[in-house]
Design a protein around this ligand. Sequence first.
Ligand code: MN
Length: 356
Amino acid sequence: MAGSNSTQDSQFSLHLSNARNIPYSPDDKRVIFSDLHMGNGTRRDDFSENSELFYSALSEYYLPRGYDLILNGDVEEFHKFTWRQIFHAWKQIYALFDVFARDGKLIKTVGNHDARLIMDLRDHHPYTVDTVIRMTGLDYPLLIYHGHQVSALYERFNDISRIGVRYFAMPLGIMNYSVAHDSQKRHFIEKRIYEYSRRERIVSVIGHTHRPLFESLTKAETLRFRIEYLLVRYRNASHGQKVKIEEEIRRHRAELVEWRSRKRRPDLQSGIYEEDDVPVPCMFNSGTVIGKRGMTCLELTRGRIRLMHWFDDRFHKEHTDHDNRRQRTLPGGHIHRLELRQATLEYVMDSLRLLS
Ligand SMILES: [Mn+2]
């Protein structure tokens, strides 16, 4: 990231000398959450709304099943709140983190909103904080990092004035500046991380943009690719297969139409790879805990990576679907865990070998 006047120099690379190595084993169970933005517990605190959902998922699902908990950055919101305020407001959550930490099952990385944890607050934090986790023992390394490392590059090349907003407006709470609400910046970040991961043959698991990504793709992109793939298979399929493929195409098509019809923020720059190329599944994003429709996370279990959506049907009614096989409900009956996508790590590694 050496300073340069040339915009062609805007390549991204991570400093891996300080990465912490964690061996991969198919028997391990790990869950990755990012972007909690924990604050003081008031209405100004973005974490408040989904805090119960988060607490229930950890205490009733992941903890009893022996998962490692990976918190991948922006856990605390120090741009608006003090350490004392955050810790006081969320004692119960920290008590739960303590339980994971006691068994050596808590892994925490740093983001841009909690960067003070590796700076002035270094001695006041009870947990080890890393910048990059490198999972070893797979064909190619799987790196877990927040992803803000690209932001500095963006500021440098595109909009130097933003730095003023970041460092002067934020601490006073004048504006709620966040990368998640800036689609141009989000696109820049995803594209740089995608290109870096593909070039270096690594799998990047990030957060930061608050947008869940699976196999480097958004949901609409995945559905489109799957429909195209099924259309190719359709022609040479047997009669029995054709009926099944037809059904599948119709279902995906309906899902795509439904997904598009929802009133979403326009996101025209969603493609992060060259359109005439096959996307490589080298980038995954856990999304965020503070989503309006619940929270998303990535699970690494039994040789698979899965994108999960957690929601509480008392607040996020639109998603309730009791007939869905991919949905599990916690004993209280209100909190649901829905599998959005899944792939084997072998598939991910093979793709990296053959496509990058
Ligand atoms: Mn961030």
